[in-house]
Design a protein around this ligand. Sequence first.
Ligand SMILES: [Zn+2]
Length: 261
Amino acid sequence: MRKVVLLFAAIAPIVAVALYRFGVISALAPIFVSHLLILYAGLVPNSSWWGPIARCFATTEREVWLTIDDGPSPAHTLQILDLLDRYSARATFFVIGARAEKYPHLITEIIIRGHELANHTFTHPSHRFWASGPRATAAEIDRCASQLRSAPDRPARFFRAPAGLKNPFLHPTLRQRNLQLIGWTARGLDTVLRNPQRVAARISRRVRPGAIILLHEGHRATSAPAFNLECIESTLRELTAAEYRFVIPQPPQLRVTGDGR
Ligand SMILES: [Zn+2]
Protein backbone atom coordinates (compact mmCIF):
# COMPACT_ATOMS: atom_id res chain seq x y z
CA MET A 1 0.00 0.00 0.00
CA ARG A 2 2.94 2.32 0.71
CA LYS A 3 4.09 2.15 -2.91
CA VAL A 4 0.54 2.64 -4.21
CA VAL A 5 0.07 5.80 -2.13
CA LEU A 6 3.48 7.23 -3.12
CA LEU A 7 3.03 6.32 -6.80
CA PHE A 8 -0.42 7.91 -6.87
CA ALA A 9 0.98 11.04 -5.21
CA ALA A 10 3.68 11.18 -7.92
CA ILE A 11 1.32 10.76 -10.89
CA ALA A 12 -1.63 12.77 -9.51
CA PRO A 13 -0.30 16.13 -10.88
CA ILE A 14 0.18 14.57 -14.33
CA VAL A 15 -3.35 13.13 -14.25
CA ALA A 16 -4.61 16.54 -13.09
CA VAL A 17 -3.05 18.27 -16.11
CA ALA A 18 -4.54 15.65 -18.44
CA LEU A 19 -8.00 16.12 -16.90
CA TYR A 20 -7.88 19.93 -16.93
CA ARG A 21 -9.71 20.13 -20.28
CA PHE A 22 -12.75 18.54 -18.54
CA GLY A 23 -12.85 21.32 -15.97
CA VAL A 24 -11.16 22.46 -12.79
CA ILE A 25 -13.06 20.04 -10.53
CA SER A 26 -12.00 17.07 -12.67
CA ALA A 27 -8.40 18.29 -12.53
CA LEU A 28 -8.42 18.75 -8.76
CA ALA A 29 -10.02 15.36 -8.04
CA PRO A 30 -6.82 13.23 -8.32
CA ILE A 31 -4.88 15.76 -6.21
CA PHE A 32 -7.62 15.68 -3.58
CA VAL A 33 -7.72 11.86 -3.50
CA SER A 34 -3.92 11.70 -3.29
CA HIS A 35 -3.90 14.04 -0.29
CA LEU A 36 -6.67 12.02 1.32
CA LEU A 37 -4.66 8.80 0.98
CA ILE A 38 -1.55 10.43 2.48
CA LEU A 39 -3.55 11.85 5.37
CA TYR A 40 -5.16 8.48 6.06
CA ALA A 41 -1.79 6.70 6.09
CA GLY A 42 -0.30 9.22 8.49
CA LEU A 43 -3.14 10.30 10.71
CA VAL A 44 -5.10 7.09 11.36
CA PRO A 45 -3.20 5.74 14.39
CA ASN A 46 -3.25 1.99 13.73
CA SER A 47 -2.98 2.27 9.92
CA SER A 48 -0.32 0.02 8.37
CA TRP A 49 -0.30 1.82 4.98
CA TRP A 50 3.15 3.35 5.56
CA GLY A 51 4.53 0.07 6.91
CA PRO A 52 4.23 -2.76 9.43
CA ILE A 53 2.64 -2.20 12.82
CA ALA A 54 1.98 -4.64 15.69
CA ARG A 55 -1.49 -4.36 17.13
CA CYS A 56 -1.59 -7.57 19.22
CA PHE A 57 0.56 -10.62 20.02
CA ALA A 58 0.16 -14.37 19.75
CA THR A 59 -0.52 -16.30 22.95
CA THR A 60 -2.54 -19.29 24.08
CA GLU A 61 -2.78 -17.89 27.63
CA ARG A 62 -4.93 -15.15 29.13
CA GLU A 63 -2.14 -12.62 28.75
CA VAL A 64 -2.10 -8.94 27.81
CA TRP A 65 0.66 -6.37 27.27
CA LEU A 66 0.27 -3.16 29.28
CA THR A 67 2.05 -0.22 27.64
CA ILE A 68 2.32 3.15 29.39
CA ASP A 69 3.19 6.20 27.28
CA ASP A 70 4.63 9.67 27.89
CA GLY A 71 6.73 9.14 31.04
CA PRO A 72 8.80 9.12 32.99
CA SER A 73 6.98 11.50 35.28
CA PRO A 74 7.89 12.51 38.83
CA ALA A 75 4.16 12.67 39.60
CA HIS A 76 3.39 9.08 38.64
CA THR A 77 6.21 6.70 37.67
CA LEU A 78 7.19 5.47 41.14
CA GLN A 79 3.57 4.97 42.17
CA ILE A 80 2.87 3.10 38.94
CA LEU A 81 5.79 0.80 39.71
CA ASP A 82 4.28 0.08 43.13
CA LEU A 83 0.91 -0.68 41.52
CA LEU A 84 2.54 -3.05 39.04
CA ASP A 85 4.29 -4.85 41.93
CA ARG A 86 1.01 -5.17 43.79
CA TYR A 87 -0.63 -6.90 40.80
CA SER A 88 2.52 -8.90 39.83
CA ALA A 89 2.32 -7.14 36.49
CA ARG A 90 5.05 -6.32 34.00
CA ALA A 91 4.74 -3.39 31.62
CA THR A 92 6.56 -1.52 28.89
CA PHE A 93 7.12 2.21 29.34
CA PHE A 94 7.21 4.11 26.05
CA VAL A 95 9.18 7.07 27.33
CA ILE A 96 9.84 10.54 25.95
CA GLY A 97 13.61 11.04 25.59
CA ALA A 98 13.65 14.59 26.97
CA ARG A 99 11.90 13.40 30.12
CA ALA A 100 14.26 10.42 30.41
CA GLU A 101 17.15 12.90 30.25
CA LYS A 102 15.56 15.01 32.98
CA TYR A 103 14.63 12.13 35.30
CA PRO A 104 17.31 9.45 34.84
CA HIS A 105 16.63 7.98 38.29
CA LEU A 106 13.10 7.06 37.17
CA ILE A 107 14.48 5.33 34.08
CA THR A 108 16.85 3.34 36.28
CA GLU A 109 14.00 2.45 38.64
CA ILE A 110 11.81 1.16 35.79
CA ILE A 111 14.60 -1.22 34.77
CA ILE A 112 15.48 -2.30 38.32
CA ARG A 113 11.83 -3.15 38.99
CA GLY A 114 11.80 -5.55 36.01
CA HIS A 115 9.97 -3.58 33.34
CA GLU A 116 10.93 -2.54 29.84
CA LEU A 117 11.77 0.78 28.20
CA ALA A 118 10.72 1.67 24.68
CA ASN A 119 11.19 4.65 22.37
CA HIS A 120 8.46 7.32 22.10
CA THR A 121 10.58 10.07 20.42
CA PHE A 122 12.68 12.72 22.15
CA THR A 123 10.24 15.66 22.22
CA HIS A 124 6.86 13.98 21.44
CA PRO A 125 6.13 16.26 18.46
CA SER A 126 2.52 15.08 18.13
CA HIS A 127 1.38 17.99 15.94
CA ARG A 128 4.12 17.82 13.31
CA PHE A 129 5.51 14.27 13.35
CA TRP A 130 3.14 13.09 10.59
CA ALA A 131 4.65 15.74 8.29
CA SER A 132 8.29 15.45 9.44
CA GLY A 133 11.08 14.80 6.97
CA PRO A 134 13.65 11.99 7.19
CA ARG A 135 16.23 13.94 9.21
CA ALA A 136 13.76 15.19 11.81
CA THR A 137 12.23 11.73 12.11
CA ALA A 138 15.62 10.07 12.62
CA ALA A 139 16.71 12.75 15.11
CA GLU A 140 13.62 12.23 17.27
CA ILE A 141 14.22 8.47 17.40
CA ASP A 142 18.01 8.62 17.85
CA ARG A 143 17.99 11.27 20.57
CA CYS A 144 15.46 9.23 22.54
CA ALA A 145 17.46 6.03 21.94
CA SER A 146 20.63 7.67 23.27
CA GLN A 147 18.83 8.35 26.55
CA LEU A 148 17.66 4.76 26.79
CA ARG A 149 21.12 3.40 25.99
CA SER A 150 22.50 5.28 28.94
CA ALA A 151 20.11 3.26 31.10
CA PRO A 152 21.40 -0.07 32.38
CA ASP A 153 19.46 -2.12 29.85
CA ARG A 154 19.67 -3.54 26.35
CA PRO A 155 18.67 -1.17 23.51
CA ALA A 156 14.94 -0.60 23.14
CA ARG A 157 13.24 -2.89 20.63
CA PHE A 158 9.96 -1.08 20.27
CA PHE A 159 8.79 2.34 19.07
CA ARG A 160 5.44 4.07 19.32
CA ALA A 161 4.73 7.19 17.28
CA PRO A 162 3.53 10.30 19.17
CA ALA A 163 -0.28 10.21 19.15
CA GLY A 164 0.08 7.25 16.77
CA LEU A 165 0.85 9.60 13.86
CA LYS A 166 3.27 8.38 11.21
CA ASN A 167 5.06 9.77 8.17
CA PRO A 168 6.44 8.08 5.02
CA PHE A 169 10.01 8.20 6.36
CA LEU A 170 9.25 6.47 9.65
CA HIS A 171 9.42 2.83 8.62
CA PRO A 172 12.73 2.98 6.71
CA THR A 173 14.20 4.77 9.76
CA LEU A 174 12.85 2.12 12.16
CA ARG A 175 14.04 -0.72 9.91
CA GLN A 176 17.61 0.61 9.92
CA ARG A 177 17.56 0.66 13.73
CA ASN A 178 15.85 -2.71 14.18
CA LEU A 179 12.87 -1.12 15.91
CA GLN A 180 9.30 -2.41 15.62
CA LEU A 181 6.38 0.04 15.47
CA ILE A 182 3.80 -0.81 18.12
CA GLY A 183 0.13 0.16 17.93
CA TRP A 184 -2.56 -1.11 20.29
CA THR A 185 -5.61 -3.32 20.60
CA ALA A 186 -7.32 -1.38 23.38
CA ARG A 187 -6.73 2.20 24.39
CA GLY A 188 -8.39 3.78 27.36
CA LEU A 189 -8.72 7.25 25.81
CA ASP A 190 -7.37 8.40 29.17
CA THR A 191 -6.18 11.67 27.63
CA VAL A 192 -9.82 12.50 26.80
CA LEU A 193 -12.12 10.76 29.29
CA ARG A 194 -12.48 12.02 32.87
CA ASN A 195 -13.66 8.94 34.72
CA PRO A 196 -11.12 6.17 35.53
CA GLN A 197 -13.85 3.50 35.69
CA ARG A 198 -14.98 4.42 32.18
CA VAL A 199 -11.40 4.18 30.96
CA ALA A 200 -10.98 0.71 32.51
CA ALA A 201 -14.39 -0.43 31.26
CA ARG A 202 -13.52 0.70 27.74
CA ILE A 203 -10.32 -1.35 27.86
CA SER A 204 -12.07 -4.39 29.36
CA ARG A 205 -14.60 -4.42 26.52
CA ARG A 206 -11.83 -4.53 23.91
CA VAL A 207 -9.38 -6.89 25.61
CA ARG A 208 -8.75 -10.46 24.53
CA PRO A 209 -5.70 -12.72 24.98
CA GLY A 210 -2.75 -11.09 23.22
CA ALA A 211 -4.17 -7.56 23.46
CA ILE A 212 -1.90 -4.51 23.64
CA ILE A 213 -3.28 -1.98 26.14
CA LEU A 214 -2.41 1.72 25.88
CA LEU A 215 -2.51 4.02 28.92
CA HIS A 216 -0.60 7.20 29.84
CA GLU A 217 1.26 8.80 32.72
CA GLY A 218 2.26 12.35 33.53
CA HIS A 219 -1.01 13.92 32.33
CA ARG A 220 -3.14 16.29 34.45
CA ALA A 221 -0.43 16.08 37.11
CA THR A 222 -1.64 19.38 38.57
CA SER A 223 -5.38 19.44 37.88
CA ALA A 224 -6.10 15.76 38.65
CA PRO A 225 -2.90 14.19 39.98
CA ALA A 226 -4.49 10.82 40.84
CA PHE A 227 -6.26 10.35 37.50
CA ASN A 228 -3.60 8.44 35.53
CA LEU A 229 -2.89 6.25 38.57
CA GLU A 230 -6.59 5.46 39.04
CA CYS A 231 -6.93 4.53 35.36
CA ILE A 232 -3.98 2.14 35.62
CA GLU A 233 -5.13 0.66 38.93
CA SER A 234 -8.73 0.17 37.71
CA THR A 235 -7.43 -1.57 34.61
CA LEU A 236 -5.09 -3.81 36.62
CA ARG A 237 -7.89 -4.66 39.06
CA GLU A 238 -10.56 -5.43 36.43
CA LEU A 239 -8.34 -7.54 34.21
CA THR A 240 -6.75 -9.40 37.12
CA ALA A 241 -10.29 -10.26 38.28
CA ALA A 242 -10.93 -11.55 34.74
CA GLU A 243 -7.83 -13.78 35.21
CA TYR A 244 -5.57 -11.93 32.80
CA ARG A 245 -1.81 -11.71 33.42
CA PHE A 246 0.26 -8.70 32.38
CA VAL A 247 3.34 -9.78 30.41
CA ILE A 248 5.87 -8.36 27.97
CA PRO A 249 5.79 -10.38 24.73
CA GLN A 250 8.90 -11.34 22.79
CA PRO A 251 9.24 -9.81 19.29
CA PRO A 252 8.46 -13.13 17.46
CA GLN A 253 5.10 -13.20 19.24
CA LEU A 254 4.00 -9.89 17.75
CA ARG A 255 1.24 -10.05 15.16
CA VAL A 256 2.43 -7.54 12.59
CA THR A 257 0.18 -6.25 9.82
CA GLY A 258 1.31 -4.40 6.71
CA ASP A 259 4.51 -5.07 4.81
CA GLY A 260 5.43 -1.53 3.82
CA ARG A 261 5.52 -2.36 0.10
ZN1 LIG B 1 2.49 9.89 23.64
